[in-house]
Design a binder for this molecule. Structure first.
Ligand SMILES: Cc1cc2nc3c(=O)[nH]c(=O)nc-3n(C[C@H](O)[C@H](O)[C@H](O)COP(=O)(O)OP(=O)(O)OC[C@H]3O[C@@H](n4cnc5c(N)ncnc54)[C@H](O)[C@@H]3O)c2cc1C
Length: 315
């Protein structure tokens, strides 16, 4: 859609789930937030409860605040653990059987041990901009589900709203499409790459991109890191070539990183350490085309490699 010129909305807004089980499984299984609702607490490896000092609602603070607090404990080397022993103890297996099974499969008994946790990418609030009928800005292209940005989620998202959105917009789009697709005009200018066969050759590029996105375009971001990420995304795109699945992933990464670079404030799921507060000038949604995102990326890369900045970096 982005390559066909569709308007993309709010790509910088990505929600991180605060508590995935930190371990070797990919994707990491989630530890439901209902556990914190039941009284499980977050502690570091010294056993210190850290959320109470950060937010009045402690463990029940909004997702982005809890995700950042956990991210910082881990970054500081203190680790983060969800301790359900006092709240649940032996009731754990019967009250939360799926989490229990996932923990046990990783060798963690949550009735006896605190669960090591880390934030995980969970939901993309941004996506293809659609109207109330699910129509994108490209004629003949509707978008529904996580790939769309209806505006329903704002800068953050409440749990389970995506199910509601899929049901409501799925029905609206079906009704709107009914008889509306012009003969022979079925979006022929959009050529999605073939999936599957390209996956194995993509793997090393995907792995590098994940590291870059986690380090610089994740829970916390700042200008220099975002410019570095944009440089690396461009390098990987050149190395991988355009005609594969990685091309789609890199395009999405570029839209997220460029819009995160341009939004010099913090709001909802988007947090900039160099602009830690919301700013009035940015009190609006982002609407961007791929071409505009590429211009933002090129300017950021050029500026990052300007002689005075390189001198500053080496100093
Ligand atoms: C761990 C986890 C727990 C969640 N829990 C909840 C919850 O409790 N409640 C809730 O409401 N939401 C929840 N969400 C969010 C919700 O699950 C997702 O938003 C939703 O499943 C997205 O559905 P979708 O059909 O839009 O996209 P997807 O399920 O991602 O489907 C997109 C499909 O398109 C395919 N595809 C991609 N590119 C191409 C291409 N180029 N050509 C052809 N096919 C392509 C993909 O392979 C995939 O099958 C959760 C998300 C996660 C990660």
């Amino acid at each position: 859609a982005a390559r066909a010129g569709a308007l993309i909305a709010d790509p910088e807004f990505v929600q991180f789930h605060p508590t995935a089980i930190a371990g070797p499984r990919d994707p990491a299984p989630l530890v439901t937030e209902a556990l914190r609702g039941e009284g499980a607490i977050l502690v570091n490896k010294a056993g210190q409860r850290f959320m109470a000092a950060i937010h009045a609602d402690a463990e029940l603070a909004p997702r982005d605040i809890v995700a950042r607090a956990i991210f910082r404990e881990i970054a500081a080397g203190r680790g983060a653990f969800l301790d359900a022993r006092p709240a649940l103890g032996d009731r754990f297996a019967s009250a939360f059987p799926t989490v229990y099974e996932n923990c046990m499969a990783l060798g963690i008994d949550p009735a006896r041990q605190a669960i090591p946790v880390a934030p995980a990418a969970h939901y993309h609030m941004g996506g293809i901009h659609v109207d109330a009928r699910g129509r994108s800005s490209v004629e003949g292209l509707w978008a529904c589900g996580e790939v769309a940005s209806t505006g329903m989620h704002g800068a953050n998202r409440l749990a389970s709203n995506s199910l509601l959105e899929a049901i409501v917009f799925g029905a609206r789009i079906a009704a709107d499409i009914d008889g509306a697709v012009p003969e022979g005009r079925a979006a022929s200018h959009i050529a999605p790459p073939v999936l599957g066969s390209a996956a194995a050759t993509d793997a090393p590029f995907v792995s590098q991109l994940r590291q870059i996105m986690t380090a610089h375009v994740g829970v916390e971001r700042e200008g220099e890191g975002l410019a570095h990420a944009l440089t690396e995304i461009a390098r990987l795109e050149r190395a991988a070539g355009p005609a594969n699945l990685f091309g789609n992933i890199a395009t999405t990464a570029k839209l997220i990183a460029a819009s995160a670079f341009a939004r010099e404030e913090s709001r909802g799921g988007h947090y900039r350490t160099d602009f830690a507060e919301p700013r009035a000038a940015f009190r609006h949604r982002t609407f961007v085309t791929l071409k505009e995102a590429e211009r933002i990326a090129e300017a950021a890369i050029e500026n990052a490699h300007a002689p005075q900045n390189e001198a500053q970096a080496s100093a």
